[in-house]
Ligand binder design. Structure first.
Ligand code: ZN
Length: 263
């Protein structure tokens, strides 16, 4: 009996390793949420974000953003998760973020700052990768433990949920991911970009742009840099990954048109 159990455990471990090898995602991090719970939690977070941040609801811009986003989601590691894409009206901060369960927010200033569809797609792919790798629920579990996180999910602690959203980007906030999380989101994001037919160089040039902005107008990317450290190292790593693979869509007339619509 004992031996059978050991064999089963070994078999399970081997199957788990195979599953991880195919997705390339590190599923060994402590994350007790089921996918359904993560989706439910994401809905609550997203509703709270929309109470606290002004949305830019131009239908044409939102539809365009969703079209690029869905093209990337389809080739991601979680293609059947229903993603939603939103624009936040903020002409100062160059930023984007994703909530658990597939809610991606892009600031109008970031759309203005992008120079091609590949750059915008690069940012979206990075944010989508944070979701498919489940970084937010992983972080929530580390911050609060499963029990308390579950209370948030069940709506038993609305004041704490709104406090969390108000401090999304603060040190120790929900979206202050670890260096490991960022590097993983970069690696996965670049893979998704290429699979979706975009030139992965778009992500690289956007990172370089952020680095230049950091020197020229640091206040415009304060939030991004508080949640995305080590840009220098990220640039180096992305350069290495995409070397020799720099082909695919770079820009489209639709991007130029949308960018000129955005304030
Ligand atoms: Zn990130």
């Amino acid at each position: 009996m004992m031996r059978i159990r050991v064999h089963l455990a070994l078999l399970a471990a081997v199957l788990l390793l195979i599953a991880c090898a195919t997705t390339g995602i590190n599923r060994f991090q402590p994350n007790l949420f089921t996918e359904e719970q993560e989706i439910e939690l994401g809905k609550r977070f997203s509703r709270e974000v929309q109470k606290q941040y002004p949305l830019y609801t131009d239908a044409q811009v939102t539809a365009y953003l969703s079209r690029i986003g869905q093209r990337i989601v389809r080739v991601s590691d979680w293609p059947d998760l229903p993603f939603s894409f939103y624009v936040i009206l903020d002409t100062a901060q160059v930023n984007a973020f994703a909530l658990p369960g597939g809610h991606v927010y892009v600031y109008t200033a970031l759309i203005r700052e992008a120079e091609s569809e590949a750059e915008l797609a690069g940012v979206l792919a990075h944010e989508i990768a944070h979701v498919t790798a489940r970084h937010a629920t992983e972080r929530l579990t580390l911050m609060y433990g499963y029990e308390f996180a579950l209370q948030l999910l069940l709506g038993e602690n609305p004041s704490e949920l709104s406090r969390l959203v108000a401090n999304l980007f603060a040190t120790g906030g929900l979206l202050a991911y670890s260096r490991k999380n960022e590097l993983e989101a970069d690696r996965l994001g670049v893979a998704y970009l290429m699979r979706a037919g975009y030139n992965p160089r778009g992500f690289l040039t956007f990172l370089q742009k952020l680095q230049r902005l950091a020197q020229r107008k640091p206040s415009r990317i304060e939030i991004w840099f508080s949640t995305h450290p080590d840009t220098e190292e990220r640039i180096r790593r992305v350069q290495k990954i995409i070397r020799g693979k720099e082909s695919g869509t770079w820009n489209t007339p639709a991007f130029q048109q949308i960018r000129s619509r955005v304030p």
